[in-house]
Design a protein around this ligand. Structure first.
Ligand SMILES: *[C@@H]1O[C@H](CO)[C@@H](O)[C@H](O)[C@H]1NC(C)=O
Ligand SMILES: *[C@@H]1O[C@H](CO)[C@@H](O)[C@H](O)[C@H]1NC(C)=O
Ligand SMILES: *[C@@H]1O[C@H](CO)[C@@H](O)[C@H](O)[C@H]1NC(C)=O
Ligand SMILES: *[C@@H]1O[C@H](CO)[C@@H](O)[C@H](O)[C@H]1NC(C)=O
Ligand SMILES: *[C@@H]1O[C@H](CO)[C@@H](O)[C@H](O)[C@H]1NC(C)=O
Ligand SMILES: *[C@@H]1O[C@H](CO)[C@@H](O)[C@H](O)[C@H]1NC(C)=O
Ligand SMILES: *[C@@H]1O[C@H](CO)[C@@H](O)[C@H](O)[C@H]1NC(C)=O
Ligand SMILES: *[C@@H]1O[C@H](CO)[C@@H](O)[C@H](O)[C@H]1NC(C)=O
Ligand SMILES: *[C@@H]1O[C@H](CO)[C@@H](O)[C@H](O)[C@H]1NC(C)=O
Ligand SMILES: *[C@@H]1O[C@H](CO)[C@@H](O)[C@H](O)[C@H]1NC(C)=O
Ligand SMILES: *[C@@H]1O[C@H](CO)[C@@H](O)[C@H](O)[C@H]1NC(C)=O
Length: 376
């Protein structure tokens, strides 16, 4: 009995020891294997990584050294207690090569943050195995030449707070198109209830906008996704939303909220260029969006006057209202606009004298006024 107990505890002990000792070795092998399947191409610095101008592109894997603990390699962070790799950040690392379903990447079960953006994964499909990283809170596969259908397994990642799958390779003629079926788009929004940031720009979604968005969302980027139908009003009232980008969806129609915006709105950047707002007047309540720094409403089929409340948006830096049918004159006096850098009003039907305050705006760098009926 005693011997059996001893034997049992010995085996148990070995099991525990081996799972602690061998696992970190496995993960460094997995990383070396991953490293072998990709080459570094320095010319990528000026291609896919161009989207992250601030970020210096360099090959992180070049400094990976077999003789050092993989937890000390560039781009890798391990859990201090368990030794598991919990973060892999190989963004803008000039990597070229495929990521197949048999990639050793998928052996890093404990990953919490994974950033592979700004590389060239050579039209790889996003493997359904990405859906098995059940601890992931951040996943960024943007601008990395992935293509094909985004697997529905992504919506298994219920802890995700940030998801970036935006396409938009540069130059655009190399574009590797990602597609997200309408049904999977809905599933993703329903299941990823912790999402704060979602960027699916340039993914071909081509569906209507579902109603169920996480109230945690702070950034929602759906530029150029081929969305159709009518923008649900609820999207304008998401209580934590700071960035809403629906730009370039010319099959999308909008109505400004019937419920008025009020000064409790957190919106900082609002991109609605090319969305059809036919028959809409700019609402006076836009002036309540006092946190707004950027408002893009170019080519939106808007008519009527510019409400005077707009000239009170004290934080606004970019105000783009070009290519509409706006009419009337600009107010003679403006109290805000101390931060305005770009004002684009060209190609409307504005008239009257240009008010003097425009030329004394302290931060103005770009002013577009042509194709209007201004006098004086
Ligand atoms: C990883 O790959 C680079 C070449 O891209 C090589 O210089 C480096 O030694 C490799 N490191 C490991 C640990 O495999
Ligand atoms: C991924 O890396 C890019 C470039 O370094 C960075 O701009 C981006 O914010 C990162 N994504 C996440 C989710 O942290
Ligand atoms: C992984 O799969 C691809 C085909 O999908 C194959 O070409 C490659 O040899 C496989 N690699 C390994 C290590 O099995
Ligand atoms: C990405 O890699 C593929 C080959 O795998 C190549 O044809 C393509 O030109 C590369 N794209 C860029 C932007 O370098
Ligand atoms: C939704 O998330 C739960 C975990 O919260 C998961 O069990 C389920 O498989 C997910 N459903 C889909 C369809 O991804
Ligand atoms: C999006 O995908 C659909 C098919 O799913 C296709 O008909 C359409 O042309 C694609 N849109 C773009 C902009 O490529
Ligand atoms: C969408 O959200 C509403 C509440 O905001 C809820 O009643 C409804 O069940 C949700 N629909 C789906 C399909 O999850
Ligand atoms: C502002 O609008 C939200 C809904 O969008 C509402 O819940 C809140 O009570 C409003 N606040 C004020 C001061 O009107
Ligand atoms: C403006 O809206 C009308 C009515 O929906 C439409 O016929 C027209 O094509 C739109 N113009 C632009 C430039 O979108
Ligand atoms: C705009 O600011 C002026 C001067 O501060 C103020 O008199 C006016 O009521 C404001 N208008 C709106 C719509 O907030
Ligand atoms: C002016 O805007 C209209 C849409 O309102 C557009 O169709 C036209 O091409 C624009 N003209 C110029 C010169 O940009």
């Amino acid at each position: 009995m005693g011997l059996l107990f001893l034997l049992a505890s010995f085996i148990l002990c070995q099991l525990v020891l081996s799972s602690l000792a061998i696992f970190p070795k496995d993960q460094s092998l997995a990383l070396v294997e991953f490293n072998k399947t990709h080459v570094v191409d320095k010319s990528l610095a000026s291609f896919n990584c161009v989207f992250y101008e601030a970020q210096k592109s360099y090959p992180k894997t070049s400094s990976w050294n077999m003789n050092k603990d993989c937890c000390s390699w560039d781009g890798i962070i391990c859990d201090e207690m368990t030794g598991h790799v919990i973060e892999l950040d190989l963004s803008c690392s000039q990597l070229v090569g495929k990521i197949d379903s048999n990639s050793s990447l998928f052996q890093l079960f404990h990953l919490q943050r994974l950033n592979l953006s700004g590389n060239n994964f050579s039209n790889s499909h996003i493997s359904p195995k990405f859906g098995r990283f059940s601890s992931l809170t951040y996943l960024d596969l943007s601008h990395s030449s992935f293509s094909g259908q985004i697997p529905s397994e992504i919506s298994h990642l219920s802890k995700l707070q940030s998801l970036g799958l935006s396409g938009g390779d540069f130059p655009s003629f190399l574009d590797a198109e990602l597609r997200l079926p309408s049904h999977d788009f809905k599933l993703l929004l329903q299941n990823l209830t912790q999402l704060r940031e979602l960027d699916l720009s340039d993914v071909n979604i081509s569906s209507t906008i579902p109603l169920n968005f996480s109230s945690h969302l702070t950034t929602l980027r759906l530029e150029g996704t081929g969305l159709k139908g009518i923008i649900p009003e609820s999207i304008f009232h998401l209580s934590n939303l700071q960035v809403l980008d629906l730009d370039g969806n010319n099959e999308l129609s909008g109505n400004f909220p019937k419920t008025k915006w009020n000064s409790s709105s957190s919106l900082v950047e609002l991109y609605l260029g090319k969305v059809n707002f036919y028959g809409n007047l700019l609402p006076e309540s836009l002036g309540y969006l006092t946190s707004l720094q950027l408002l893009v409403l170019g080519s939106c089929n808007l008519s009527g006057p510019i409400p005077t409340s707009l000239w009170n948006l004290t934080h606004i830096e970019y105000l783009i209202l070009e290519n509409n049918h706006l009419e009337g004159s600009l107010p003679l006096f403006s109290s805000g606009l101390q931060n305005l850098f770009q004002l684009s009003l060209s190609n409307n039907s504005l008239n009257g004298e240009l008010p003097f305050w425009i030329f004394s705006l302290p931060s103005l760098g770009v002013l577009h006024l042509r194709f209007n009926n201004f006098s004086g």
